[in-house]
Ligand binder design. Structure first.
Ligand SMILES: C[S@@+](CC[C@H](N)C(=O)[O-])C[C@H]1O[C@@H](n2cnc3c(N)ncnc32)[C@H](O)[C@@H]1O
Length: 290
């Protein structure tokens, strides 16, 4: 936006139209929802408030703030980083460059985790571990839905754990956080171990979308085929599940069949589950013998 634009008093509606045009011209997929999200953030309005404010003038300070955010978005910084938070799995999560922005498909893993606990209704306070918790997404989504669960969450990144702790407090949820390399250093055994570990093959780094470059590498990549950490986690989890316990993993759909086959050879019973776009992405496993 030019200085001239900043000095002219524009209506919310005019500014929204310009913003949609600029985001579309930059090749972004969802220009209207993104424009609305930026406007509601800057103007401190909800969706209905934005609609009702269509005719009102935007102040120079608001226009300047919006312009700063727009330039960052045009440079492909993720929208969630500009807004600072996401609504995910029934909780509000602050996000930062310390860890992955929780993805919508991971809500499918949360749904499977809740289903697995429903099947264990006899457990008064199921012990749950979220490995590689990041923002705390899975741990907090679970604790919000099943307050009686004893939820532990681990991560190898101190910065991610600090963010997850902040998110727990902001949502008023009690979760135990542990700085640990997968299960090394995490005490106890669990009725459910759930994880969305880094799972992309290292070579994917070369073709990553611009937005993905804002996620830290340690949240994304896991060796030549993407299974380095998941394989280690499976071996560790085998000795840490309570009788009847479940291991739930999100993986790259290219790898789900491969890891499922390897686990079956190692005495696991395994089912795979599709995400909302129909790609097998989740692995539900338990031990054949305890
Ligand atoms: C794909 S992100 C998932 C974050 C979050 N669970 C979610 O679903 O949005 C993977 C997380 O695993 C963490 N991580 C990477 N290596 C790890 C390790 N060896 N042990 C524990 N956590 C690890 C990263 O710091 C990151 O927060």
């Amino acid at each position: 936006m030019s200085r001239q634009h900043l000095n002219d008093a524009q209506s919310v509606q005019q500014l929204q139209a310009q913003l949609v045009h600029r985001l579309r011209a930059a090749g972004l997929d969802s220009p209207l929802p993104e424009a609305r999200a930026l406007l509601t953030h800057v103007l401190r309005l909800d969706w209905a408030g934005l609609v009702l404010a269509a005719e009102r003038s935007v102040t120079p300070a608001e226009a300047e703030q919006l312009e700063g955010l727009t330039l960052r978005r045009l440079a492909r910084e993720p929208l969630q980083h500009l807004l600072g938070r996401v609504e995910w799995g029934g909780v509000t999560l602050h996000v930062s460059p310390a860890t992955l922005i929780p993805r919508p498909e991971t809500e499918g893993l949360l749904a499977l985790a809740l289903k697995s606990l429903e099947g264990r209704a006899a457990l008064a306070a199921p012990a749950v571990l979220d490995v590689g918790t990041g923002t705390g997404a899975l741990a907090l989504g679970l604790k919000a839905a099943r307050p009686e669960a004893q939820v532990t969450a681990s991560d190898l990144s101190p910065e991610a754990l600090a963010l997850a702790g902040h998110n727990a407090a902001a949502n008023g949820l009690e979760v135990a956080f542990v700085l640990a390399d997968l299960l090394e250093g995490v005490a106890g055994s669990f009725d459910l171990i759930v994880s969305n570990p880094p799972y992309l093959p290292d070579a994917d780094r070369l073709e990553a979308q611009p937005e993905v470059k804002y996620d830290p590498d340690m949240a994304l990549y896991s060796g030549p085929d993407g299974l380095k950490l998941a394989r280690r986690l499976v071996v560790q989890a085998a000795g840490r599940l309570n009788v009847g316990g479940t291991l739930l993993l999100e993986l790259d759909p290219r790898n789900v069949g491969l890891l499922a086959a390897e686990m079956r050879l190692a005495n696991w019973t395994v089912q795979t589950h599709a995400d909302l776009s129909g790609r097998e992405r989740f692995l539900w496993a338990s031990r054949l013998e305890w």
